[in-house]
Design a protein around this ligand. Structure first.
Ligand SMILES: [Zn+2]
Length: 160
């Protein structure tokens, strides 16, 4: 469970928005960087703010959370999102929005919204799944991978 990471270790590791972003980039781009707008795997430019990226193909800019369960959340909220996921998935029955609001310091409305997103994404989660944060991105129903035509032949899915 949880890769043996305690809540304290977890919140220390993901204490800053930057640490969360780096983690999300690592897992979302594990097979190479791609643009979530057009799927191009051509050059992606990284802005100096460490948050935005620009696709050299379609020219659009994006954040790594584009098209994921975090949607258009503020980047500064990411550590709270990560903590909420840890807390809610740790307990088999989950946490109430009132409790979560107090625990991570958001309004109850925000906590309720976060829990909806978290349960959508992790509802059918395997309890023995250690890499649960890795699935934050993978589990998302929206477009995740690069375009098939841009992948190396060896990585292409058969029949596409
Ligand atoms: Zn693009």
């Amino acid at each position: 469970m949880k890769g043996q990471m305690s809540l304290l270790e977890f919140t220390q590791k993901f204490a800053t928005p930057e640490a969360c972003l780096k983690h999300l980039e690592k897992i979302r781009w594990k097979n190479g960087e791609f643009c979530p707008h057009c799927g191009s795997m051509d050059k992606i430019y990284h802005c100096n703010d460490g948050i935005r990226h620009v696709c050299s193909d379609c020219g659009k800019d994006f954040r790594i959370i584009y098209g994921t369960m975090f949607g258009d959340s503020m980047i500064k909220m990411l550590p709270k999102w990560f903590a909420a996921i840890w807390i809610d998935t740790y307990q088999s029955k989950g946490i109430s929005s009132i409790q979560l609001a107090k625990t991570i310091g958001v309004t109850q409305k925000t906590a309720w919204f976060m829990l909806q997103r978290i349960r959508n994404a992790f509802g059918n989660r395997d309890d023995d799944d250690d890499d649960f944060l890795g699935r934050i991105v993978e589990i998302n129903k929206t477009y995740l991978g690069g375009k098939e035509k841009n992948k190396h032949a060896s990585k292409r899915t058969k029949g596409t």
